[in-house]
Write a new protein. Sequence first.
Length: 319
Amino acid sequence: MNISFIKKHLCLRAWCFSILVICFTSNAYAALNDADNTFPMTLESAIKRTLANNPQLHEFDFRQQVITGEAKTAALKPGYVMGVEVDNFLGSGEVAGIKDLELTLTLSSVIEMGNKIHARKNVLDIKRQMLDVEKQVRSLDILAEVMRRYIDVLAGQETINAVNDAAQLARYTYQAVIRRVEAGASPLLEKKRAEAALAAARLDVQTAKLQLQTSIKSLSIMWGEQQPTFTQVQGNLFSLTKSPSFQTLISELSASPHIQLFAQQSRVQDAQLRLTQAANQPDVSWTAGIRRINGIDEMAFVAGASVPLFTQSRNLGDY
């Protein structure tokens, strides 16, 4: 009896110990995950995530692929055309049947004049450069928005600290008023006022917390994160650096991507104008082949060339 009771008691203690170990491990794992999720976000990390995952920047990858494909097409030379021509068959009289048939096999193409291939390549090269500048401009605009939302989160955190202090002060005031009312030193109306002030302070705390959550979600959306994995950000709103001088700002203005974008747009227009001017140069179409003449049972070579006339007035609308 005693041995059986001891065994049951030991089994029960072992089972309880196992449950405690499992619970402790689960709680430790959950705490570790919570610690990871509540790790403060830094501005550097926010910028890196935005540049890597913002969908507005992925647009430029596809546009770059389009320009690359257009460049491959622009570098192609005119293709060759093979033709077959049959003359003097199935007629009447002396050309009845196929005894006087003439079979001509030709190869034709076009010789582009005015260095059109170079002009097309030049347009696409400048478009590629302008696309890079547009990406820089878009990146700066997006990073400015990230900075603004990051500051909103910092301001929200400081607001919570301020309203928490105000709520604590309202609570101390309420407790002091209660003691004065109970001692008969203040009227009951003062207690009602203190209660209203405390309720307003608590409401301000809840409102500030909701606004902070909204600001955090607004920041995390910049890199496509619907559910934020952080609850606060690092930074100090009251740590201000010295502003650069006016001359420094003027000197750096020339390197601004916005200025470069206007310059690239002008270069694209100049390149398109040169391409239009090159298109005014008439292309030479040539044909060469061999002809079989059944009537005399002989072979002969044939060749030809053609040049369009008055092509300079064809592209006036593109200037």
